[in-house]
Design a protein around this ligand. Sequence first.
Ligand code: BGC
Length: 765
Amino acid sequence: MYRKLSFLFIAVIFLAQCVQEKKGSDSKMDSFIDDLMSKMTIEEKLGQLNLPGAGDIVTGGQAGEDNSALAKKIKEGKVGGLFNIKGVEKIKYVQELAMKQSRLKIPLLFGMDVIHGYETVFPIPLGLSCTWDTSLIEISARIAAVEASADGINWTFSPMVDICRDARWGRIAEGNGEDPYLGSQIAKAMVKGYQGTDLKANNTIMACVKHYAMYGAAEAGRDYNTTDMSHQTMYNTYLPPYKAAADAGAGSFMASFNEVDGIPATANKWLMTEVLRKQWGFKGFVVTDYTGINEMIDHGMGDLQTVSSLALNAGIDMDMVGEGLLTTTQKSLDEKKVSMAQVDAACRRILEAKYKLGLFDDPYKYCDENRAKSEIFTDVHRKEARSIAAQSFVLLKNENNILPLKKSGTIALVGPLADSKENMPGTWSVAANFSKATSVLTGLKEVAGGQVKIIYSKGSNLDADSSFEERAGMFGKALGRDKRPAATIIREAVNAAKQADVVVAALGEAAEMSGESSSRSNIEIPEAQKDLLKALLKTGKPVVLVLFTGRPLALKWENENIPAILNVWFGGSEAGYAVADVLFGDVNPSGKLSTTFPQNIGQVPLYYAQKNTGRPLAEGKWFQKFRSNYLDVSNEPVYPFGYGLSYTNFSYSDIKLSDTALKADKALTATVTVTNTGSRDGKEVVQLYIRDVIGSVTRPVKELKGFQKIELKTGESKTVSFSITPENLKFYNYDLKYDWEPGDFEIMIGPNSRDVKKIKINWAK
Ligand code: BGC
């Protein structure tokens, strides 16, 4: 239904937009803003650059009588927007402060971290990316925008498009994995989903692309840590998704906390102005991350006035929370450390954003109580969320077709995540109502519809260390600690297992074990839970591991010992139902990993698009002296990028090419036939990789260049064709020129980045 609706919606809006463009809306906007800015004092202009959090304002009451510090600032025109206030009533109240009590009556922006849904929560972004279905991802962002805008929000701090190749980094959960091509497709889809084609509509919201840039490359995977890499790696690997989002018309960007080339991103003029504005032509505004300016004092860049002027000079337009721009810029102007032109440019960009959102026409356009009542957490939205969640799950192992489960007999459902609602939405679900989320226990019971006996037992705490568990259960997501001895809790679960036909063990990470400031130096399932798994295996009953995680985990032991593993990430508000849908086979899993699962932490960073080195290990070898490898572990991951099983099987034919050798700007068609050889209908993600065999700089051993998600009935075959042009062969060379180089190329197609069919061609210029 959403697919049809959004298509119609897009068509109507597109027509409206064309008409508007003909009328020259930009010049109208320019003269409107010229006029407004001519009336503004310097203080009021700086006010537009100020983005405080909700602070003490959410008390309600009569707007005119509100004397909270924040209300006063709004009335004085010292606030450009606020973030993380929830609810139409509150937002309307605050907007009234600006519209009725401030001198120039400039409406406020209302931002929020609407990261993977609003009250209807979709899987964490890493999970969403494993659908490899950009139309589904766009729908998830569209629904998030409908709900958030119905509740007063007009700006979201999403999409997060940071490439990450380090499983230790907790924020890998918030992004789209390790690959720049997949990441770029998703970045575009998210921007489209949030912004639609007309920001003036009352159900679209402005996107904010974050965290610009290279935030996902924090050294040692420790959050906020230094990043340091070549410009070639930046341009070829880390920057593409940000650029794709800018090209898709994202209205705003957020600067990252980390440094880039020795200068914090927030003060990095090359990044903010040279690359973003000059090279990419970005026309929106840039906001700092939370106290990003102030934190430059600790980075060692100077006092608050210095760092604030550095940020403004670099191209920052809005200051989140820290108020450095508000409080020090007048002094910097007096001392000529910044210019009035810079203040004007930043102020103009904020006003433009408000204009583009239509806030000057109607500051209350997002404050419709009826919409808030009827468009949030609706049945239609929840149905989409359930279906999308099921498609984000990745079946990692399924020995002897243990899955799907029969809807009969007895299931022992065990594990610390089995009966938690609060953990299902995952990290960054600020608008979620946890009590409305569905646990696995509830999901299994409802989907089994009384035909299955379910015996629940917790089986273990999240971790033996209660203080670790406390840190991992913040923001109302505690799992509740069982204070009895571990052996007693395990014994209870073992007894449940003995009475059952099959054991479903729902365990892994708690929701807040990934996300911001949730880095881990050990990426295994906590020992207490492994003890539970070992005890369950000893019963001889088949064990299905339903794995919750916000990052790739090291699952070597699990892969060797547990017969079936379904990775369910954090599936959102409907996770419990979606898990049941897949376990019982109502939905055939089709997710594919967007990030490599290593054997152990020592292999990290491990990613498929590696360079070959001068001493590559021969294929199929574990160790060769004086080759690039380890003494104690092979170079292979447990599960490669792009990997994921189905309840059916797919076979791939050899690749057929339209030409054996090509010249210049011709297009090459590469075709495979994929057949569903199993006994269930299913979906498969057919992946195209290319290797540029010889380059003026070293090139990765393979790079994803295309994918298609297809649906095949049992026994059905489909031909899948990829059109390849020199555009797909381009990369940034040593001089950062984006071009392709003639020579041999390996074309690879397959179900994941490892098991590919290969064929070579020569492409001359
Ligand atoms: C995070 C951002 C987020 C912001 C506002 C910061 O700590 O890094 O991703 O948008 O807070 O909540």
